[in-house]
Design a protein around this ligand. Structure first.
Ligand code: 5RP
Length: 228
């Protein structure tokens, strides 16, 4: 495993799964960092841990089922004890940009019912200000052009996410506009404005949500950032 980012991701995931205890209900994130956490939880289940889980994407749900992690429907739970998920950017106040993997709406629903929300990243994701990573905005396909125009009026440069020559479709059959805003110094204000646009299903700001961020470094160290 020579790639430092991959190593950092795996190290962070390994530390985060230590927070999972017997009997907990657990949210499973999406992406290449969350992948390692799901693998780790799978191993803990193989070794006798009893948990129930909900996944933030079809992909993570499939992986969890392959690993025999017991999955539970929303109808059976009100709250999750812990969720472990990745992020595309983390600022100094632990505000996040997420959605690079297209799962932002499900991720935010899961985060919203989580008591202890753990974000796992490698060092490259920690930034001074959000915005170098374009903000993913999940939009209804109907009338998406109107949302695109509103976002441009706000000063963003939206770009339709594509896959195989077609607009990328989320697990919820929505489009994603990846929006370059430049440096974002006030994520709460920008989130308020973006989410007020009719047709926006969710944006990729996860402000004031993470309880801790576990940062993994390629050398094998972890550091834990806690929300001030
Ligand atoms: C998916 C996400 C991911 O957590 C985010 O994109 C980070 O991905 P990775 O761990 O692959 O770098 O928000 O919607």
């Amino acid at each position: 495993m020579d790639n430092p980012a991959v190593n950092g991701k795996k190290i962070a995931a390994g530390k985060a799964i230590e927070y999972i205890k017997n009997g907990m209900t657990v949210g499973l994130g999406t992406g290449s960092t969350a992948y390692w956490a799901i693998q780790g939880i799978g191993e803990m289940v193989r070794n006798g841990l009893s948990v129930r889980a909900i996944a933030t994407s079809i992909q993570s749900d499939q992986l969890a089922r392959e690993l025999n992690i017991p999955m539970v429907p929303f109808s059976e739970i009100d709250q999750l004890d812990v969720t472990i998920d990745g992020a595309d950017e983390v600022d100094q106040q632990l505000n996040l940009i997420k959605g690079g993997g297209g799962a932002l709406l499900r991720e935010k629903i899961v985060a919203s019912i989580t008591k202890f929300y753990i974000i796992i990243v490698d060092e490259s994701k920690v930034v001074k200000h959000l915005g170098q990573f374009p903000l993913p905005v999940e939009v209804a396909p109907f009338g998406w052009e109107i949302v695109d125009r509103r976002l441009r009026q706000m000063g963003a440069v939206p770009k339709m996410r594509m896959k195989d020559g077609q607009p990328y479709l989320t697990d919820n059959q929505h489009y994603i506009l990846d929006c370059a805003f430049g440096e974002i110094k006030n994520p709460e204000k920008v989130h308020e404005e973006v989410s007020a646009i009719t047709g926006v299903m969710e944006d990729g700001f996860f402000n004031n949500m993470a309880n801790i961020v576990v940062v993994g470094s390629a050398s094998g160290d972890t550091r834990i950032l806690a929300r001030p």
